[in-house]
Design a protein around this ligand. Structure first.
Ligand code: BQF
Length: 285
């Protein structure tokens, strides 16, 4: 029977640390600000943006929301990003993805000053992550590493399998596990023998985007199973990529959805924004 990894509890601990540090900076006259930009009215994006603003309030950051209409052009969004790049009150810039189809996401990501890129999506930060000399880690993979640490399982030498190869989760996730000396395999839609490869994982991270994708035959007895998925099932209920009920007895540790990786993503965004403020003010770690 698996032990449940409580992402809500771990995220609360991370946010409390951030809150304490932010309070100390405030006593020195340093306020921390996060700009949250949303384009259009995707309901899921609205929920995520609200979660980020709420977390800012909890840790004592100022948040500045910019809600732009669906028809916004790339030039208009670039103009806003440039304004935020030059705004001294803004330590971090978060542009909620996905963007409407007329806007090239890479063009926007490339325009964010790397020092304010709290999602760590800018190529300069991606490069730092690959080399291992980073200041910001991408929020979701960083949150997953915290959850793995919480289990007490040491990544060093373990078989780690990541399902999914997105720039936002799969690729940086593999890199962070590699930095901890895991033996890392990335599986994706073209992988042959996917189930067999997964079944050898001591640490399995699912970032596929398909409800119920991970079934018990893909889980090694006692494995750490991390579910990054955010799907709606046929009844409209939030669920991950892992068939949680079916895998529960076989896994050693498992994250629920909701209440697993999701809250950690938000907590790590708060940590990155704090880091951005510390770097700007020459407060070295
Ligand atoms: C929870 C996201 C897919 C695509 C773009 C808490 C969040 C979710 C769940 C949240 C996500 C997912 C975010 C829970 C932010 C995580 O209690 O389980 C928080 O707000 N997330 C995002 O900004 O963009 C996404 C998933």
């Amino acid at each position: 029977m698996a032990q449940i990894i409580d992402g809500k509890a771990v995220s609360a601990k991370v946010k409390e640390q951030v809150r304490i540090e932010a309070e100390i900076l405030k006593q020195k006259g340093i306020e921390i600000g996060l700009a949250v930009v949303i384009v259009g009215d995707n309901p899921a994006s609205r929920v995520y943006v609200n979660n980020k603003k709420k977390a800012c309030a909890e840790v004592g950051f100022n948040s500045y929301e910019y809600a732009l209409p669906e028809e916004t052009t790339e030039a208009e969004l670039l103009e806003l990003v440039e304004k935020l790049n030059n705004d001294g009150k803004v330590n971090g810039i978060l542009v909620q993805l996905p963007l409407p189809k007329q806007i090239n996401e890479n063009a926007i990501i490339n325009a964010i000053r790397p020092e304010k890129d709290v999602d760590a999506f800018h190529p300069e930060n991606v490069g730092h992550i690959m080399i291992g000399d980073f200041s910001f880690l991408p929020c979701t993979p960083a949150g997953v590493m915290e959850l793995i640490a919480e289990t007490g399982v040491d990544v060093c030498g373990k078989n780690c399998v990541v399902i999914g190869r997105s720039n936002i989760v799969g690729k940086p996730m593999a890199m962070l596990l590699l930095h901890k000396n895991g033996t890392v395999t990335i599986c994706h839609s073209r992988t042959k023998n996917l189930a067999e490869i997964c079944s050898q994982a001591d640490i399995l991270v699912a970032a596929v985007g398909k409800a119920g994708f991970v079934t018990p035959d893909m889980v090694k007895e006692g494995a750490v199973v991390i579910d990054v998925g955010m799907n709606r099932n046929s009844e409209g209920k939030l669920c991950g990529d892992v068939d949680y009920a079916a895998c529960f007895d076989k896994a050693g540790y498992i994250t629920p959805v909701p209440g697993g990786v999701g809250p950690m993503t938000i907590a790590m965004l708060m940590r990155n924004t704090l880091t951005a403020a510390k770097i700007k003010n020459n407060i070295l770690e």
